[in-house]
Ligand binder design. Structure first.
Ligand SMILES: Nc1ncnc2c1ncn2[C@@H]1O[C@H](COP(=O)(O)OP(=O)(O)OP(=O)(O)O)[C@@H](O)[C@H]1O
Length: 933
């Protein structure tokens, strides 16, 4: 196995290690001199008339040529006919190949290109389009701080810039640096990388900046995201995702040729950006000429400054346009809605929410009297008009008004997103019976499921479904859409049509949708959480932090004044929301990060503990020890913390390491499709559902899928059955789900994740190159998810080999092994003599190496099993604090309080092959093969 992985015999992969040819050293000018030239330039350009010839007009021939070029450029500007830089497909394999080739670029070419850029920039000053954009840019608060920022960058290596949303950090600051350098000599032209947390922002910001510079994207400004880039040899300002820069650092540790790295939205504290800061901190010593700029919302600027040896900070005061901020109480008053999510008496008594518990403020309001439903109808009829300001209401009306709002809030389940309220607000906005201007609406919901739910709900409302007049265009926006689909949200609707964008938090930072006037913030988001004691990662719905809420509000008011509705109370905003999210690094498993650290040359030889301790806010060292142990058990890391070939490949897969291992084995052993199905369900959640009142029936159906004592294989059977049923149409698929207690939405999610996983494997060269999730989706025919069609017969030769699947699961989940122990045995006398009786299921004992006795969970297909062919099982997850409950692949099923939140799942390994598994550090796959599998 090690050989397979090391030699990289998967035909598309570039094998480790990468040999990087050192690039020709480019003399990077000290920015001091860049600035002095630039200042001169800006002085000269401001004093001279824009249309007159440059000062050294005695150089006639060049001059004439330049004038002609200038005219040509201006014409091109106005006619929009410059050469288009094609969108390139940058698979990870490609990227590595390119990184090696790139250094062959001659320094002469670079200088020639720089010269051209400087000349073009000169001429641009007189372009009408450039001038008009400049007018707009000058009005942004960031412009007031331009000189200060450039001066500070002259003097120091690191700078933190903070400012309110929309003040111009992302679009302007990189341009200040670039423009200053373009006024200097060719040798001193800056080469800037600006990281963005998400691909949508990398693309849209690059597009905007190119527009501001009156040029085509891919000329001096470009972008690069995983699998796509628009850039050319002339690109000197590259917006890229943080992940892309980290990848680049894998092969190009010193970022030679780059003069500035700008890390945008550092306050988001993603795992990647925290890690990038650590890498850059080390790089500063190696590259004293490299400048680093950290850009952050107003919060937390000091933390970053302290991390970089108390570097200076610049705060950009002021914001662009005012945004009226409303909370739940105002939203209800405006929309006058009732809600099916109201607490019923039953819900009330079982409410787990702190806000809804008895004795809380809601109960006080409940005591106000009237039956709730009567009250709601009263609300709809007699509510005082919105348009009348509070001051003009009688005391009676005012009290009734406030009282009714309080009563509605008291009746709502505040832990749920009230889609009806969202719909009512949208009706209120689109109806236009208010004083706000027309404009697009951006709705923030936590995830894809909620987006689909609202989308469907709006489809049955005449105002939004366009069955009558064409009044609205509704766009979903989430990370699994293609770039083109995501870009659609930036399009302008026809006059009189309202654009409604329903988005996850991917539109929360750095994105400007220029016609957004209204923001509706559900107050919820999906957050990665990790329970180190249980080794369990999950994606949970949680309340946003105040910082998130402000970022969401900031999506309005960027080009005109705006309105934001938060669907939580002002009290909740002020007193209950956390100020900021916990940094991601403290709530995710650390295995992936360990691998990514080790893949970088600078850290390869260093102890992980010393690297982690230098992070801006290091995670608990206990979590690191657990992560290292898991990686060693998995065979990804050696005892002396070196990456194994498996570890190397896992480092390139941004998924949980066990899931990654299963995906790699699926590709290597040519049973890709089933491996991806299981991997996707491990990463998402089990599609099996178990309604409270039909648990028995649901369990029976699940047992019918059981194969080889395996929950994983049961799931595989269920998924295949669904695909088969769906061949007869969607309706048949639905029916199959209903009959078999499967979640249709869950199966859809698994299908979608499978396609994304296939893209990742293709990206690192383990399967056909160039596969994209969306292209795979287009290959779906009735009842398929597109994987078989896209990856081909060869990759799935062994897709029906259950024994091989067992072996792979065993290899991927090792060392999560449970030993099954039967009691000494009772004997029964029969006519043939004494016969050993099979033990009852509850007499079996399940032992793990570290936890002692554990139990199989009731939802597992193994719960009632009395006899196992093999005395060993492997599992995905278990509860550490409840050693008698053995947890597994299923997620999200609520159990009685105080027990566990996830259910068990286990996989029985084939008899005979795994008997040596518990031996320390034995490679399970080798073990399987050596025992004849
Ligand atoms: N696509 C666009 N169309 C029109 N105006 C835009 C566009 N992008 C940016 N702007 C203008 O530029 C301003 C600055 O945007 P920029 O993204 O640089 O702000 P920022 O300070 O980085 O904010 P944030 O941190 O919220 O992303 C916006 O407020 C808006 O006025």
């Amino acid at each position: 196995m090690n050989e397979l992985l090391a030699v990289g015999h998967h035909k598309y992969s570039t094998p480790p290690p990468v040999v990087v040819i050192p690039p020709p050293s480019l003399a990077i000018a000290k920015s001091k001199s860049v600035r002095s030239n630039a200042s001169e330039e800006s002085r000269s350009s401001s004093t001279s008339s824009r249309r007159t010839a440059p000062p050294n007009n005695q150089r006639l021939p060049t001059d004439l040529k330049e004038t002609a070029e200038a005219e040509e450029l201006d014409e091109r500007d106005e006619e929009d006919e410059d050469e288009v830089v094609p969108v390139e497909s940058e698979s990870y394999v490609n990227l590595r190949k390119k990184m090696v080739n790139k250094h062959n670029l001659k320094i002469d070419n670079l200088l020639q290109e720089n010269n051209k850029l400087c000349r073009e920039f000169q001429r641009k000053q007189s372009s009408r389009r450039f001038e008009s954009m400049l007018e707009q840019r000058r009005r942004l608060p960031a412009w007031q701080e331009k000189e200060k920022i450039l001066d500070l960058l002259d003097q120091c290596q690191v700078l933190v810039v903070s400012g309110m949303t929309g003040c111009g950090k992302t679009t302007q600051i990189p341009q200040f640096i670039l423009d200053a350098s373009l006024g200097g000599r060719a040798k001193q032209v800056a080469n800037i990388i600006c990281t963005q947390p998400r691909r949508i922002s990398a693309i849209s910001v690059a597009q905007r900046v190119a527009q501001e510079r009156a040029e085509r994207l891919g000329n001096s400004v470009g972008y690069q995201i995983r699998l796509e880039s628009v850039r050319s040899s002339a690109t000197r300002l590259l917006y890229c995702t943080t992940g892309v820069l980290l990848r680049r650092l894998e092969g190009e540790a010193d970022l030679k040729g780059v003069t500035h790295v700008i890390v945008d939205e550092v306050h988001e504290r993603t795992e990647e950006s925290d890690f990038l800061l650590l890498v850059l901190k080390d790089l500063l010593v190696q590259r004293p000429d490299l400048k680093i700029i950290l850009m952050s919302a107003t919060l937390n600027a000091n933390l970053f400054s302290e991390y970089f040896y108390n570097c200076p900070t610049v705060h950009i005061p002021g914001r662009t346009f005012p945004v009226d901020q409303f909370f739940l109480e105002d939203a209800i008053a405006k929309s006058r809605t009732g809600s099916p999510y109201m607490r019923s008496g039953k819900q009330n008594s079982s409410s787990t929410s702190g806000q809804g518990s008895r004795g809380g403020p809601r109960d006080v309001v409940d005591d106000l009297g009237d039956d709730m439903w009567n009250f709601m109808s009263f609300c709809k009829k007699d509510f005082v008009k919105d348009s009348i300001p509070d001051q003009q209401l009688s005391l009676q009306e005012l009290t009734d008004n406030k009282k009714s709002v309080l009563k509605t809030i008291s009746a709502m389940d505040l832990d749920k997103i009230n889609m009806d309220l969202v719909e009512s607000l949208l009706e209120w906005i689109v109806d236009g019976k208010h004083d706000y201007p027309p404009g697009a609406v951006l709705v923030f919901l936590p995830g894809l499921a909620e987006i689909k739910m609202l989308y469907e709900q709006l489809k049955s409302n005449r105002m939004f479904n366009n069955r009558g007049a064409n009044r609205c265009e509704v766009y979903p926006l989430h990370s699994t859409l293609t770039n083109d689909e995501q870009q659609a949200v930036f399009s302008r609707p026809p006059e009189g049509v309202t654009k409604i964008i329903i988005s996850t938090n991917i539109a929360e930072t750095s994105v400007t949708i220029d016609d957004v006037v209204y923001v509706i913030d559900s107050g919820k988001m999906k957050e990665k959480r990790y329970d180190a004691s249980k080794s369990m990662e999950s994606l949970e719905d949680s309340w946003v932090s105040r910082a998130n809420a402000l970022q969401r509000r900031g999506r309005a008011g960027r080009v005109a004044s705006g309105v934001c509705f938060h669907l939580f109370t002002s009290h909740c905003f002020q007193h209950q929301l956390a100020e900021q999210q916990l940094p991601e690094i403290q709530r995710v498993p650390l295995e992936q990060l360990c691998l990514r650290i080790k893949i970088l040359d600078v850290f390869a030889e260093r102890a992980l503990e010393s690297v982690f301790s230098r992070l801006i806010e290091p995670p608990a060292m206990g979590s690191l020890d657990a992560a290292k142990q898991r990686l060693r058990d998995l065979g990804a890391l050696t005892a002396d913390e070196k990456l194994t070939p498996l570890g190397y490949h896992l480092a390139c897969l941004p998924v949980d390491v066990r899931i990654g291992k299963l995906m790699l084995f699926g590709a290597i052993f040519r049973c890709l499709d089933p491996a991806l199905t299981i991997a996707a369900s491990l990463a998402f959640k089990s599609p099996f559902v178990s309604p409270w009142d039909k648990r028995e029936e649901a369990n029976e159906k699940k047992l019918a899928f059981a194969v080889a004592n395996s929950d994983h294989l049961a799931l595989l059977q269920a998924y295949k059955g669904w695909c088969c049923a769906a061949k007869n149409g969607n309706q048949a698929g639905f029916l199959y789900c209903r009959e078999n207690f499967l979640s249709w939405r869950g199966l859809q999610e698994i299908a979608s994740l499978k396609r994304q996983f296939a893209e990742l494997l293709s990206d690192i060269g383990f399967i056909k190159e160039g596969l994209r999730a969306r292209t795979i989706e287009r290959m779906c025919s009735k009842g398929t998810d597109g994987i078989l069609e896209a990856t081909g017969h060869e990759a799935n030769l062994n897709a029906d080999n259950i024994r091989l699947m067992s072996a792979m699961l065993c290899a991927a989940l090792y060392p999560n092994v449970v030993q099954v122990r039967a009691p000494q045995g009772n004997y029964k006398m029969t006519s043939k003599g004494a016969m050993k009786m099979q033990p009852k299921a509850n007499e079996l004992r399940f032992m793990t190496k570290n936890d002692g006795c554990v139990h199989v969970h009731p939802s597992s297909v193994n719960y009632t099993v009395r006899h196992y062919n093999s005395p060993y099982l492997v599992y995905h997850e278990k509860g550490e604090n409840e050693p008698c409950l053995h947890q597994g692949l299923q997620h999200g099923v609520r159990l009685p309080a105080g027990v566990v939140r996830r259910w068990a799942g286990q996989h029985g390994a084939a008899q005979g092959r795994v008997c040596h598994l518990p031996r320390r550090r034995m490679d399970p796959v080798r073990c399987l093969f050596s025992s004849g599998g």
